[in-house]
Design a protein around this ligand. Structure first.
Ligand code: PM9
Length: 469
């Protein structure tokens, strides 16, 4: 009889575990295949349209799906629900100033509220907004403000098999080419995302943000950060970039943000809350404009669409999110799932990034063209197999070019298994890995999908599909 080995032993190191224990549990529903077939048909083969009661393990998103700590729940009871000047706003402001380092804060109900404010305030119609790969809501707000998004991420980010450590880095020669063609005055700002979501959660190096700062100073261009997953980015810098192994994640985060002029944030990810966001900058004039606009679109500038208790939970969540033991376990869990899948030869985005495993649907289903929606198909197949809910991050998410009306055709055609923070156990990850393997083994019979309904904005949320015969 062979002695079973712990996962740590297989890796030749001592195991470590999550730095928390479970105080309250939420039952999960397990379903049978006929039930799932009916639910998926009713949802038009779009996992966003499933009812959560029909889902077993929910890997749709890491957005707003975290388990809050007992400290955060205790903080909720200290909500100061005054319309103006809530005490919790000042706690949040202090936390953002301390951990992210920006001077002026405007709270918003979530990330896209912040994207709306900064895009409207900092983009003049016709200006370019170069960024390290698009994000759905970010690009839409930039376009709605009259901006033109330009992808300036390094080419390696578009190759799922390239194992470079910092695939989120901007290629500065692409910025030079844009300035040579259009002039620096035509650039609204550089839109830099930490751990680039659509590239598989790939980080940006400290060297790159430093180089961008220098480039921006030379050309008189602002540098704004999508800080949604900047804590996860800081962890990768600690782990991979020379000179940072002895730094704490909190110090790396603060240093990284220090090279930028401001940031917007969906606090629903890194900051371990179910709702919330903010935009924060160092420049008074821009702050004043956004502080004025927030009262039109979100709420007063001391609550921005949130309850006082939400801001308190966010202030506490920010402090918890930068603890080294926490972030190591968070990234470690994603990596654990990645290692199982890698061992079984499942095609995915490499190296494994911060918040999710991104299955490479092109290599999964070589018999499908991009017009068969391979990543959408893979999300549907996974749900049918086990009730696990994933998300498409390919041609459907990319939407259409606003000028030509043609599909954007991203090189990456990925299905995202997004891991909520502090929610699932290692056993859940085993179940997920086995389901992906079962779907991979049955890959040859799959024929793809046809889109039967397409909404105008952010179509991936509400589009409907039917299986091809
Ligand atoms: N991201 C995600 O699941 C939720 C909505 S899109 C399916 O990945 C970045 C990098 C994000 C992000 C949301 C937002 C918008 C901005 N930047 O969802 O409005 O990943 O809070 O944030 C989602 P909100």
């Amino acid at each position: 009889m062979t002695t079973p080995k712990t996962f740590g032993q297989q890796l030749g190191r001592r195991s470590w575990a999550e730095p928390w224990k479970i105080k309250m549990v939420e039952p999960l529903t397990m379903t049978e295949r006929p039930q799932r077939e009916a639910a998926l048909t009713a949802a038009g083969y779009n996992t966003f349209l499933l009812r959560s009661r029909d889902v077993y393990i929910d890997l749709l998103t890491d957005s707003g799906t975290s388990a809050m700590s007992d400290r955060q729940w205790a903080g909720m009871m200290l909500g100061d629900e005054a319309y103006a000047g809530s005490e919790n706003y000042y706690h949040l402001e202090a936390a953002v100033q301390q951990y992210y380092g920006y001077k002026y804060l405007v709270p918003t109900h979530q990330g896209r509220g912040a994207e709306h404010l900064i895009s409207r305030s900092a983009i003049k119609p016709g200006q370019y907004v170069p960024g390290n790969m698009y994000f759905t809501t970010t690009r839409l707000h930039q376009e709605m403000a009259g901006g033109i998004f330009v992808d300036v991420i390094g080419d390696v980010a578009h190759d799922p098999q390239d194992r470079s450590p910092f695939k989120g880095d901007i290629d500065i020669s692409k910025l030079d080419a844009l300035v040579a063609k259009e002039g620096a005055a035509k650039i609204a700002y550089i839109s830099l995302a930490a751990t680039v979501n659509m590239a598989g959660g790939q980080p940006v190096s400290m060297a790159n943000v430093k180089a961008l700062r220098a480039w921006c100073d030379t050309h008189g261009v602002k540098l704004y950060l999508d800080a949604t997953r900047a804590v996860e980015n800081a962890y990768f810098i600690q782990e991979r970039e020379e000179g940072y192994a002895d730094w704490g994640v909190a110090d790396i985060l603060r240093d990284f943000c220090g090279y930028t002029d401001g940031a917007w944030m969906s606090a629903k990810k890194d900051s371990l809350v179910n709702i919330g966001g903010w935009v924060a900058v160092n420049e008074w004039e821009l702050f004043e404009e956004m502080r004025n606009l927030v009262v039109v679109f979100e709420g007063l500038h001391t609550y921005g669409g949130l309850a006082g208790r939400d801001m308190e939970a966010m202030a506490i969540g920010i402090k918890e999110s930068v603890q080294d033991a926490y972030i190591r376990a968070r990234i470690g869990q994603v990596r654990y799932l990645g290692m199982l899948l890698e061992e079984w030869g499942i095609p995915m985005m490499e190296p494994v990034g911060g918040h999710a495993i991104f299955l490479d649907a092109r290599r999964f289903y070589p018999q499908l063209t991009q017009d068969d929606f391979p990543a959408q198909t893979l999300a549907a197949e996974l749900y049918l197999d086990s009730g696990i809910r994933a998300m498409e991050r390919g041609i459907v998410s990319a939407g259409r070019d606003p000028k030509t009306g043609d599909h954007h055709r991203p090189k990456l055609e990925l299905t995202r298994l997004t891991i909520p923070r502090r929610v699932y156990t290692q056993a859940h990850m085993d179940v997920v890995a086995e389901s992906v393997k079962a779907v991979f083994d049955a890959r040859e019979r799959v024929r793809g999908l046809t889109m039967t309904y397409e909404p105008k904005y952010l179509r991936f949320f509400q589009a409907r599909f039917e299986p091809k015969a």
